[in-house]
Design a protein around this ligand. Structure first.
Ligand code: ATP
Ligand code: MG
Length: 230
């Protein structure tokens, strides 16, 4: 297996007058097809790290390599295109667009990247919906869906472009434990079928225990990495 994600000495500072360092010299390689859980206390820098790996934020210094590509060399448009093509994102709060139906929301990453989806992409969306048990909900709007249903729509949306990497930030954080288990099982099954790399921030010890690798962030540094214990 090769490294699909490689971080080279990532530092992140926030603020201009009062400068605050959030991440300190993070080096990390993640193998293709693995499920990595990122854990750690609130405020330790987990979301910042995930957003930097996922190209939603830029590091103050250091480089992010995705799928062999040095993303520090990309301009803003190229970064957006790389993100759209190679990655999918699932957040704690799903960020579905309220004025679009569930099916339209799932198709949005395709629209952004390539324009009007052809029939085979719509079929793929319908197939994904069926796969995760929301096939009857395509015509509903987000405010007509439960939290678990909305999160399943967000999962289908993250998968529509068949990304190599999925980033998830507390994807089950606002679900009850039964729905959370179901959503996790589905996500794990789908990523393993497609050999997708999954990087997930979670507070849930059970979810972390089910990952191939666990990384703990404390005060902006890697405090523990299960890949280095064997
Ligand atoms: N845009 C920002 N501007 C200034 N400070 C920020 C910004 N985003 C995050 N921070 C600070 O950086 C630190 C790390 O935040 P981050 O969101 O990465 O933590 P986290 O580990 O994801 O926490 P949680 O588990 O609560 O989600 C926190 O002290 C936070 O206040
Ligand atoms: Mg966070």
């Amino acid at each position: 297996m090769s490294d699909i994600i490689f971080l080279d000495r990532i530092n992140k500072f926030y603020g201009s007058e009062v400068v605050f360092q959030v991440l300190f010299d993070i080096n990390l390689s993640i193998k293709s097809g693995q499920f990595t859980a990122i854990i750690g206390p609130s405020g330790s820098g987990k979301s910042t790290l995930l957003n930097i790996i996922g190209l939603l934020e830029t590091p103050t210094s250091g480089k992010v390599f995705l799928d062999g590509l040095d993303t520090s060399r990309l301009n803003k448009d190229e970064l957006a295109a790389c993100r759209n093509e190679k990655t999918g994102f699932i957040f704690q709060f799903h960020y579905l667009l309220p004025e679009f139906t569930a099916l339209e929301n799932i198709l949005i990453p395709y629209w952004i990247g390539k324009g009007r989806p052809p029939g085979k992409v719509v079929d793929r969306a319908l197939h994904l919906m069926k796969r995760i048990g929301i096939e009857q909900l395509g015509g509903k709007y987000p405010n007509q869906l439960s939290g678990g249903q909305q999160q399943r729509v967000a999962i289908a949306r993250s998968l529509i472009n068949n990304p190599k990497i999925i980033f998830a930030d507390e994807p089950t954080g606002n679900l009850d434990s039964k729905t959370s288990n179901m959503v996790m099982e589905l996500l794990k099954e789908i990523v393993s079928e497609n050999n997708t790399t999954l990087v997930m921030v979670t507070h849930d010890r059970d979810i972390a225990a089910g990952a191939d690798r666990t990384i703990e962030i404390v005060d902006g540094r890697i405090n523990f990495d299960s890949a280095h214990t064997y």
